[in-house]
Design a protein. Structure first.
Ligand SMILES: Nc1ncnc2c1ncn2[C@@H]1O[C@H](COP(=O)(O)OP(=O)(O)O)[C@@H](O)[C@H]1O
Ligand SMILES: [Mg+2]
Length: 596
C-alpha cells in the first residue's frame, strides 16, 4: 500500500523522505532529555557529588533538546505538508484527466455525489497519511526500536521488563479492531443513508412545501440523523474501553521495570545505576510509541480509499479515434452488438468489485439514411442503452456500430457529435438565458437564427409569456416552464444544430395533452429529411416508421413494418394492445407518465 502511495507522490517522494528524517531527529531530541536526566538523577540517588557547572550544562542541553524537538517537528511537518498537498494536486489532476477520457455514461453513472467524494474526501484523506502518519509514524517507530536495542546492551533483563506494556496494548488494540469492525458496516450504512436523506430533503424542499409534507419529510430526516448518532455511539461504546486500555497502558513502559527491577537491584542481580538509566529510557519512549501505534487504526480505511481510487484511475477510457467523420452517407449499422453496464458489489474482502451485467445481446440491424427507424419494447428492454451506444456514451463490449461504413471508435467524439442530435427525456438547461441555451446547438448561430429555431420548435407562445422573453435565465424561467416547454427548448437546440442524424429517446414523454400537438409539430420540423432513430412508448407516433425494431430483454426479437409486425410478432402485438388500452383510459396513461 505504501508503495502505491509513493507512486502517486512521484517527485515529492524525496520531500517525504526528508520530512521523515527531520521528524526522526525531532523525536530523538525528545528522547535525549531523559538521557541527560540520568547523570543528574544517578548521583543524587547514589549520594555522589554533582558539580554545578556540569548540572548547568546538562540542564541547558535538556532545554536545547526540547526547543530543537519543537522546531524540527514543526519544520518536518511543513516539509511533509508541502509534499502532501502537491501529491494531492497531482492525484486530483490525473483523476480529472481520467474523467475527461472516460465514457460519459460511466461518469454520469458514478453520480455527482460519488465523484465529489472521490475528489474531495478520498483524496483528501491521503493528506493525513502523507503529511502525518507516514513521516511521524516512521520516526516514532524507529526511535523506540533504537532505544530498546540500546537498553538490551545495558541490561537485557531490565530491557525485557520494559517491553511488558507492549503485548497487552497490542492485544487490546486487536480486540478493538475486531469488535469495532463489526460495527463499522452498519455505521457506514447509517452515514450513507443520512447523507442521501439530507440531499433528498434539500432537493425536495419546494415540492415538500407545496404539498404540505414538511413534517413527514422532516421526521424522516431527523430519524436518519438520530439513527446515525446511535450507530456512531454504538461503535464508540464497543471500541472505547479497549481504546482507553491501550492508550493508558502503552506509555506505562515502567510498569514492570520499576517493581521487578527494584527487586533485582535489591537482590543484587542488577545495578541501581543501570535500573535508573533503563527507567529514564523507558519513560522517554512512551509518547513516541503511542504516536506510532496511533496511526495504525487509520490504515484499513486508507487502504480501502486508495483501492477505490485505484479502481477509478484504472477504468478503461473510451475508445476514441483521432479521425474526423468521413463515412459515406449516414446509414447506421449495428453489427452483433453486445453490451453490459459495469456494476460493482462488495467482494468477500470488503472491497468493491466490478462485474458486468449484459443488457444488450447480439443486436444487428441497419438504419438506412433518410429513413425513420423506431425502437419499441417494454421498459428496461434496452432501448435507451442502444441509443446511448450510438452516441458513444459507452463502448460496445462486442460487435460494432458504424455510420456510413466508419466505425464509431474511429471517429473523434467532437466530430461524431456534429453528426447526431440526441434528445432524451431529461435535457439539461444551463443557467444562462434561454437564448444561449438554444445557441448551444450551434455556437456560430446569430440571434436571428436562434429565434428562427425557437419559432420552429413552437417556443414563441410561452417565450412571449415570460417577462424577459428569450432572454430570461433558464433558472428563473425553469420554474415557470412546464416539462413539455422545457423539452421544446431542447428541441429548438437540436433544430439549430441541424445534424444529419436525429435520435429521439422518448422525447415527448413529458408532453401534457395540451402540449402534445405543439411538441409533435416541433419534432416534425426537427426530423425533416434526416436519418431518424426514435424510441417511443406511444406506438401511434411510429406506425409510419420505415422500420420498427422490437426489443425484449436486451434482444432484438422482431424487425419490420407496423402492419407486418402486428401479424408476425406476438411481442409487438402485446405492446400495441397495451397502447390501445391506455388510449381508452387516458387517466391511467397520464398517471403513468412522469410529471415535472
Ligand atoms: N446506468 C445503468 N447502470 C446499470 N444498469 C443500467 C443502467 N441503465 C440501464 N440499466 C439497465 O439496463 C437495462 C436496459 O435499460 P434501458 O436501456 O434504459 O431500457 P429501456 O430504455 O428500454 O427502458 C435495464 O435492465 C436497466 O436496469
Ligand atoms: Mg429508456
Amino acid at each position: 500500500m505504501l508503495n502505491k502511495v509513493f507512486e502517486y507522490a512521484g517527485s515529492h517522494k524525496k520531500s517525504i523522505h526528508l520530512a521523515s528524517f527531520i521528524m526522526l531527529i525531532s523525536v530523538i531530541m525528545g528522547v535525549l532529555p531523559f538521557l541527560f536526566a540520568y547523570p543528574i538523577i544517578n548521583p543524587l540517588i547514589l549520594g555522589e557529588q554533582l558539580e554545578l557547572e556540569r548540572l548547568a550544562l546538562l540542564l541547558t542541553s535538556i532545554l536545547v533538546c526540547f526547543v530543537l524537538q519543537a522546531v524540527l517537528g514543526g519544520f518536518g511537518l511543513n516539509v511533509s505538508h508541502k509534499a502532501a498537498y502537491n501529491t494531492l494536486l497531482g492525484l486530483r489532476t490525473s483523476l480529472q484527466k481520467k474523467m475527461e477520457n472516460l465514457p460519459l455514461g460511466v461518469v454520469e453513472e458514478k453520480g455527482t455525489g460519488t465523484i465529489k467524494k472521490m475528489f474531495v474526501d478520498d483524496i483528501g484523506s491521503l493528506e493525513v497519511l502523507l503529511a502525518h502518519s507516514l513521516p511521524e509514524g516512521i520516526a516514532n517507530l524507529i526511535v523506540p526500536i533504537m532505544v530498546y536495542v540500546s537498553m538490551f546492551f545495558i541490561d537485557w533483563r531490565l530491557a525485557l521488563m520494559s517491553l511488558a506494556s507492549i503485548p497487552v496494548s497490542i492485544l487490546a488494540m486487536m480486540i478493538m479492531y475486531s469488535v469495532g469492525m463489526k460495527q463499522m458496516g452498519p455505521y457506514y450504512m447509517a452515514s450513507g443513508k443520512m447523507n442521501n436523506t439530507i440531499i433528498e430533503y434539500v432537493n425536495g424542499m419546494e415540492v415538500v412545501k407545496v404539498f404540505n409534507k414538511q413534517t413527514e419529510s422532516y421526521e424522516r430526516l431527523s430519524k436518519d440523523i438520530s439513527n446515525y448518532r446511535d450507530y456512531a455511539l454504538a461503535w464508540y461504546k464497543t471500541a472505547w474501553p479497549w481504546m482507553a486500555l491501550y492508550s493508558a497502558f502503552l506509555p506505562c513502559t515502567i510498569i514492570l521495570t520499576l517493581p521487578l527491577g527494584g527487586y533485582f537491584v535489591y537482590m543484587g542481580y542488577a545495578s541501581l545505576s543501570n535500573l535508573i538509566l533503563i527507567l529514564c529510557l523507558s519513560l522517554s519512549i512512551g509518547l513516541p510509541l503511542l504516536k506510532a501505534l496511533g496511526f495504525l487504526p487509520t490504515m484499513p480505511q486508507l487502504n480501502y480509499k486508495i483501492s477505490a481510487l485505484e479502481q477509478a484511475l484504472n477504468m478503461a477510457p473510451l475508445k476514441q479515434g483521432e479521425n474526423d467523420f468521413k463515412g459515406t452517407g449516414h446509414t447506421i449499422l449495428y453489427d452483433n452488438v453486445t453490451f453490459g453496464y459495469p456494476l460493482s458489489k462488495m467482494g468477500e474482502n470488503g472491497q468493491p468489485k466490478t462485474y458486468i451485467k449484459n443488457v444488450i445481446h447480439n443486436v444487428s440491424f441497419t438504419a438506412r439514411a433518410g429513413e425513420k427507424t423506431a425502437i419499441v419494447g417494454e421498459s428496461g428492454s434496452g432501448k435507451s442503452t442502444l441509443a446511448k451506444l450510438f452516441i458513444h456514451y459507452y463502448d460496445v463490449l462486442d460487435g460494432s456500430i458504424s455510420i456510413g461504413g466508419q466505425d464509431l471508435r474511429d471517429i473523434r467524439l467532437e466530430s461524431l457529435n456534429k453528426q447526431i442530435s440526441y434528445v432524451a427525456q431529461d435535457q439539461y438547461l444551463f443557467n444562462t438565458s434561454l437564448l444561449e441555451n438554444i445557441r448551444i446547438g450551434n455556437l456560430a448561430a446569430s440571434d436571428d437564427e436562434v429565434m428562427e429555431a425557437a419559432k420552429k420548435a413552437q417556443c414563441m407562445e410561452f417565450l412571449n409569456r415570460l417577462p424577459n422573453g428569450i432572454y430570461s435565465l433558464a433558472g428563473d424561467a425553469g420554474k415557470m416552464l412546464s416539462g413539455g416547454e422545457r423539452q421544446r427548448i431542447s428541441l429548438a437546440r437540436a433544430i439549430l444544430k441541424n445534424a444529419p442524424i436525429v435520435v429521439l429517446d422518448e422525447a415527448t414523454a413529458y408532453a401534457d395533452p395540451e402540449n402534445e400537438e405543439k411538441m409533435e409539430a416541433a419534432i416534425r420540423e426537427l426530423v425533416k429529411g434526416k436519418t431518424l432513430i426514435v424510441i417511443a412508448h406511444k406506438l401511434p407516433s411510429i406506425v409510419d416508421a420505415d422500420q420498427i425494431l422490437v426489443m425484449d430483454h436486451g434482444r432484438l426479437v422482431a424487425n419490420g413494418k407496423h402492419k407486418d409486425l402486428l401479424e408476425s410478432s406476438a411481442e409487438y402485438r402485446k405492446l400495441w394492445d397495451a397502447t390501445l388500452f391506455s388510449k381508452d383510459w387516458k387517466i391511467s396513461r397520464k398517471e403513468g407518465e412522469k410529471n415535472v
